[in-house]
Design a protein around this ligand. Structure first.
Ligand code: ZN
Length: 217
């Protein structure tokens, strides 16, 4: 049975500006708070092992089965049970993929989405694990309503995704899913509009929420 969870910012022990349920070590929060929050996350989902990535806005996807490692990448994929895969974000989208044998968690912000990380993960699931039916979950992330970008960035983007001076990252993700016929559930929440989620655009220094997927034995 495959399960998933997207956390929000409430219920943890971190202090402002990371309050409350920050699960990321790289943002300047007290490491003891982050560890406590990660323990709370494990309790919440009922899984002892969670693999996080050292995220770098790439399209690198790594097969993982060793919870003692933190690979440098933006996509985690496994066919193991009782190991959860977690993506941290605060405006970027977490895209979770599930299929018969494999599960994946992707960090899809502007850079990752433009590089096609979602397409790449679907192809890996098909080629490496023989998956046919794949389903996706799109976490909250910054909506086109709030994602205004500069001319330099706009000029690099496919005009299909440009709305005036705003960029539609979710449309990039959805197009990649649709291209492969992958059905998806979209939380439909803009992190910059909704204070229940961390938003880098709204807050600057802040925490990260988690998009987590796991297969229970
Ligand atoms: Zn918004």
């Amino acid at each position: 049975m495959i399960e998933h969870l997207v956390t929000d910012r409430w219920g943890g022990v971190s202090q402002a500006p990371y309050h409350e349920f920050n699960i990321a070590h790289h943002v300047g929060d007290d490491p003891r708070c982050v560890e406590r929050n990660r323990e709370l996350l494990k309790k919440t989902i009922g899984v002892e092992k969670i693999i996080f990535a050292n995220q770098i806005h790439s399209d690198t996807i790594v097969y993982v089965d060793d919870p003692s490692l933190t690979p440098t990448c933006d996509g985690l994929i496994t066919d193991k049970t009782d190991i959860a895969l977690a993506i941290m974000s605060a405006d970027c989208y977490g895209v979770l993929l599930k299929a018969e044998h494999a599960i994946a968690a992707l960090h899809a912000g502007r850079a990752g989405a433009m590089k096609g990380i979602v397409s790449k993960a679907i192809e890996m699931m098909r080629e490496d694990f023989g998956e046919e039916k794949i389903e996706a979950i799109i976490s909250p992330g910054i909506g086109v309503c709030c994602y205004e970008v500069g001319e330099e960035i706009l000029s690099q983007c496919d005009p299909v995704y440009v709305r005036g001076t705003h960029l539609d990252i979710k449309a990039m993700i959805v197009d990649q899913l649709k291209r492969y016929g992958v059905e998806y559930h979209d939380y439909g929440i803009c992190t910059c509009c909704n204070p229940d989620y961390y938003s880098y655009r709204r807050e600057g220094v802040t925490g990260r929420f988690a998009s987590v997927i796991w297969r229970r034995a």
